[in-house]
Design a protein around this ligand. Structure first.
Ligand code: 0X9
Ligand code: ZN
Length: 416
């Protein structure tokens, strides 16, 4: 009897906790759909929610990257080959790569911030505090909120020209596993502040409002539990114990209309309601508070090397899309000139896929920020979310050139 009770408890516990398939020997495979039928099949596969799509289907002749656990590989291979899709392996053993990178990270671990390594949430926060205390005339750090699990969310303002100057709002890390995003954002802030004399002209004409890691609980979870976590970590009341919402489906503009899911177990779960996620309310409130001072909104993701503008909820373009496209072209030209890294430019629906509830659409559609961009940083799938730390500095260097173009544009267009 006792054994039965124990067994029942084990079974119940197993049912309550969603089993996370092991990353050991998991692979990322790439297929390129060449027919509408193949594309449709990949969309169906995406909807099933069985596999983790590192790059979702975008259109014909554009690669789709799918991660599958070892146990799911035969099934995936069968369904793909049934439609004449020939997979090539991009990453042979995701688990081993994660382990290798963890060992490397711990070997080079210093408590201090640097850009030779990825750093956790506390280290980023401590670095921001230090920067603000080292440069009180240039930087201001404010606590603007608290995450679901209780982590402090800070806004760093960088600028010497006073609060009335036009501003650029920059955030990173909305998706937890996209580690190059907070790393690149902090690199750029560090560059601006530690070489403040070089950029004194820009810094006196433009304010930079920066939140490098706006999904703190999810980000920290990728360091402690699951490197591939994307969402927030809020409770969802899912009977399967699934947690978190996709913070980039949670914004209140055409919320949950397209490219999002109402299932809490999905990686693109829109949340129980618009702005159900406290972290997104915090960022929203800062954008509202700063109001018309913000001329540009930049949100950094990875990966695929894309510089995108609204809309994400429709294939229609905003009336002023040509203005957004022009600035994106200039920014990307400067980016590419540094290391030859190529980026694609376009509206997000037309460049990747329709997905409503994104922060970029809200910034433009509700927040009134004319120039709203989502930037998908390096790479194009060789490492994907597991981009080696040795690419942080090159990514930072090239993205900083793009940011300078944007900042100079703001200065020349809006600064008196
Ligand atoms: O799907 C997303 O949220 C972004 N891509 S990612 O692979 N980093 O997840 C793209 C968002 C583009 N913007 C909107 N759809 N609004
Ligand atoms: Zn993302």
């Amino acid at each position: 009897m006792k054994a039965l009770v124990v067994l029942a408890c084990v079974v119940l516990a197993a049912l309550a906790t969603p089993t996370k398939p092991s990353l050991k020997e998991a692979k990322v495979v790439r297929v390129v759909p060449h027919t509408e039928e193949q594309l449709h099949h990949l969309h169906q596969l995406l909807l099933q929610g069985r596999y983790d799509f590192w790059q979702e289907p975008r259109g014909l002749n554009t690669p789709v990257d799918i991660m599958a656990a070892l146990r799911d590989l035969p099934g995936l291979a069968a369904t793909l080959s049934g439609r004449g899709l020939k997979p090539t392996v991009m990453i042979h053993d995701v688990g081993r790569l994660v382990e290798q990178q963890t060992v490397e990270r711990l070997q080079h671990h210093t408590r201090a911030m640097d850009w030779h390594n990825y750093h956790d949430y506390n280290t980023i926060n401590a670095w921001m505090a230090q920067l603000a205390s080292d440069h009180p005339d240039l930087c201001q750090l404010e606590k603007v909120g608290t995450s679901y699990e209780g982590r402090t969310m800070n806004l760093l303002t960088v600028g010497s020209g006073g609060a009335d100057k036009p501003g650029i709002f920059i955030d990173g890390g909305i998706h937890a596993r996209e580690w190059i995003s907070p790393a690149t954002v902090t690199y750029m802030v560090n560059e601006l502040v530690t070489n403040r004399d070089t950029y004194s002209d820009l810094l006196s004409s433009v304010n930079f409002y920066v939140m490098p890691s706006i999904n703190p609980d999810g980000y920290q979870y990728t360091f402690t539990d699951d490197r591939m976590w994307r969402k927030t970590r809020s409770d969802t009341n899912s009977p399967f114990g699934c947690k978190g919402a996709d913070p980039n489906r949670n914004w209140d503009f055409h919320w949950n209309e397209v490219g999002a899911s109402s299932s809490p177990c999905s990686d693109i779960y829109a949340g129980s309601a618009p702005f159900s996620e406290v972290e997104m309310r915090v960022v929203r409130d800062e954008i509202i508070r700063l109001g018309s001072k913000i001329k540009v909104y930049l949100t950094f993701h990875s990966f695929s090397q894309l510089w995108m503008y609204p809309w994400g909820y429709t294939s229609a373009l905003p009336d002023d899309w040509q203005d957004l496209d022009n600035l994106a072209q200039d920014a990307v030209s400067a980016l590419t000139a540094v290391h030859g890294t190529r980026y694609e430019i376009g509206s997000s629906t037309n460049t990747i896929y329709a997905a409503a509830g994104g922060s970029d659409d809200w910034a433009k559609g509700v927040g009134g920020v004319k120039y709203a961009y989502t930037v998908e940083l390096r790479d194009q799938g060789s490492y994907g979310f597991l981009l080696p730390a040795s690419q942080i500095i090159p990514s930072g260097e090239e993205t900083f050139e793009a940011l300078k173009v944007v900042a100079n544009f703001v200065k020349n267009t809006y600064s008196k």
